[in-house]
Design a protein around this ligand. Structure first.
Ligand code: MN
Ligand code: MN
Length: 384
């Protein structure tokens, strides 16, 4: 789910990259369509200076090569949308009105009776399609915008990369706060509350996903939900968290030891070292020209060679940007060639039910001859 991001510097709105809009229009020229009809809030956020979560209300952005764009928002967002994009036509509707009627008639007027509509086929619902057709039976569904938009998201420019680094700095801080708060008897949820309270005080309006803090063998669930489990001495603690900052997400995982160094179970420490080494080997291999699948294989082959391959039950990583999970997927079968500006996570893990779970995760950007990490907190930590 999209999260709001508040930017003090620009009066409450995220600044996105105008070049992305220009690139989108260039791509649109290649398609056989009259308009591009966009509804995914993350796409609207990518192409405009406006970020919103409309919940169940109707949001739309309509763009064409020859006309100025139109934003269609609920009435309660009209002022914010117009302030974010003063040159756009902003049309709104109130809850008691029929949004489809107002939207289609505004489109007819602004775009000279367009018939060929390109849409995001992975986002538009049958409900939306039927409602639009009911108002305007002339509509023909034209090309799919999804591949174009995915491609625009794939390579980040310097501005976006800086924002990802800033967001990563806050994630580092959040992990540090979490580790400082550990003490015998504290619950997982209390640690989550502590982290999120302190992050709010630092100006972070939202985390990029629900903060995960898991004690001991609970970390063997890769998507475990923090609860009232109490921390005991000499347990491992897994933190998986991220923040939204200036509209960009961070995402990192640390698995640290709470207790006395000499109380660590040898086997658990060995598994930790295997996962951390797999993480380091993958990161060292990242550079333009490598395939996404090769990076996954480097980490996976190492873990397999050490005997724990069957416990590494997810892809190595996912893209990151304005959303926490996007392209490229770093996994077997994805032979996409890495290019400068692509940003993704490297997060190998080993999960042995009722015993032990460990993951080490950092996000990075592919640079000219390697990569640069967004998070820098030490990976191997013991907290007494
Ligand atoms: Mn991740
Ligand atoms: Mn994560």
């Amino acid at each position: 789910m999209l999260k709001y991001a508040y930017n003090k510097k620009y009066g409450g709105f995220i600044m996105s990259n105008k070049q992305t809009y220009t690139n989108f229009i260039t791509a649109l020229k290649q398609l056989d369509c009259d308009i591009a009809f966009i509804q995914d809030p993350t796409t609207v956020s990518l192409l405009t200076h406006y970020t919103t979560d409309p919940h169940e209300r109707v949001l739309a952005m309509v763009v064409s090569v020859n006309h100025s764009p139109l934003l269609f928002v609920p009435a309660l967002e009209k002022n914010m949308a117009q302030a974010a994009e003063p040159t756009y036509t902003v049309i709104s509707y109130q809850d008691h009105e029929n949004p489809w009627e107002i939207l289609t008639s505004a489109i007819q007027k602004q775009f000279d009776l367009p018939t060929k509509w390109a849409v995001e086929k992975n986002f538009i619902t049958l409900h939306t399609a039927e409602n639009l057709k009911k108002e305007n039976s002339e509509i023909q569904w034209a090309d799919d915008l999804t591949p174009i938009i995915n491609d625009l998201r794939l390579r980040k420019d310097a501005d976006a990369i800086q924002k990802l680094k800033d967001s990563g700095t806050y994630a580092d801080k959040a992990v540090e706060i979490g580790i400082q708060s550990l003490k015998e008897g504290i619950t997982e949820l209390e640690v989550v509350a502590k982290i999120e309270y302190e992050m709010k005080k630092l100006g972070i309006t939202s985390m990029s996903f629900d903060t995960m803090v898991l004690f001991g063998d609970h970390a063997a669930d890769p998507h475990g939900i923090p609860g009232d489990r109490k921390l005991r001495k000499n347990e491992w603690v897994l933190f998986d968290l991220g923040t939204m900052y200036n509209g960009y997400a961070s995402d990192m995982t640390r698995t640290i030891f709470f207790g006395e160094e000499n109380a660590k179970e040898v086997r658990h420490q060995e598994i930790f070292t295997i996962v951390k080494t797999a993480h380091d080997l993958a990161i060292q291999a990242v550079k333009p020209g490598m395939k996404a699948s090769q990076i996954d294989a480097i980490a996976r082959d190492y873990i397999t060679e050490k005997g724990y391959g069957k416990y590494f039950i997810h892809r190595l990583g996912h893209g990151i940007g304005q959303s926490c999970h996007e392209f490229p997927s770093i996994m077997e079968g994805n032979d996409m060639i890495l290019e400068e500006g692509m940003c993704f996570s490297v997060e190998p893990g080993v999960y042995i039910a009722n015993d032990y779970g460990v993951r080490v995760e950092d996000c990075l950007v592919v640079t000219k001859d390697g990569c640069e990490l967004f998070t820098h907190f030490p990976q191997e930590v013991t907290k007494n």
